[in-house]
Write a new protein. Sequence first.
Length: 414
Amino acid sequence: MTPDTLSEFKRGWRVLLATSAGNGSGLSGIPFYTFGVFVLPLVAAFGWTRGEVSTAASFLIVGTAITAPIIGGIIDRFGARRVGLISLLALSIGYALLTQLGGSIAMFYAAWLLMSLVGGGTTPVVWTRTVNIWFDRGRGLALGLALAGSGLAGIFAPVLTNKAIAAYGWQGGYIALAGFILLVSIPVIAVFFREHPDQPVGAQAGTTPVADFGGLTLEESLRTSAFWKIALGFFFVSSVIAALIINLVPLLVDRGMPQVGAAKVAGIMGIAVLVGRIGIGFLLDRFHAPAVARIMLTLCALGCLLLTLPGTPGWVVGISVVSLGLAAAAEVDLVAYLTSRYLGMKAYGRIYGFQLTAFYAGAALGPLAAGLAYDHFESYVPVLYTAAAALLVGAIVTGTLGKAPDFGPARTPH
């Protein structure tokens, strides 16, 4: 790590702590990774089917896709700190209100759609904007550390939430999540989050000089091939990653692995995501980002093909799952990094918001397509072949991005 890069981390570690807390507590962290913990308790409480409960996750993803470009425009105008804190508070209140659920599955769906809308200011579009402003030479690693908050949520939140449910019921689980966001995440962000290096602690957007960020407007970016390569490439990638993660355990059982063993192997992926976030960020600061994307996605495609082989040894399955975890770690990091490098920071919130819409659209369609394919073929092998092809398309599209324009570092003028 060069002296300039080290200086960035010494100056910005508090911001990394705050953005990691925000990302871990936001919609891509705690709500996503703890959703499955509540499925069986809600089935027992209301008599809904597992499929009916799980469908609410689609409303969460759809709502996030709708709000991403809107939130992007809002933070470009009003700043990320204010939006993030208000949205986290609304998300906490939403969890508390979920304890008042009745037996209507329609109300359950409406509640999750509303939470995704009011919680739209907790997605990576908010936190990555600030990281990109604070970090230039170490941007890849900084983004990895900030987004690692969701990886930590994936490791610890399900276990702790399950304990709360066992002790106090499903209502206690929702109250525990609301309390964590209110009492831990919001104070950390309120104390440590700053929009940019020249802004006083606690200052809101608009109280310091407006940043003269280099880069393109949204309208200008829409006329570039880079915008569409990033959007199209990661539409395919996100559809595959979401489909395989959601169907991983039944897929492994379908390939001949016992249920207990499949669950243990699936746990490896969570660790791979956390390690991959940091490791891939490190690589992005040292190598050509499209080349990193090309290699990671190709490796995951090979992992999908290995899973199609009959009688695949356990260690090969483990390697394939690790490759999936690394691709899952790379996808959000790469979208943020490539957007900032190839399109700049002038309208980053709006541009990245639209990129996330394409990303979440893929994530919403992938699991649905995989489920329909399994019902038709009664096998996950065609799904794996299709996944490998889609990952290779993503590798080719994003891997052919040329040299990034020089917009200069995102800094406030003195």
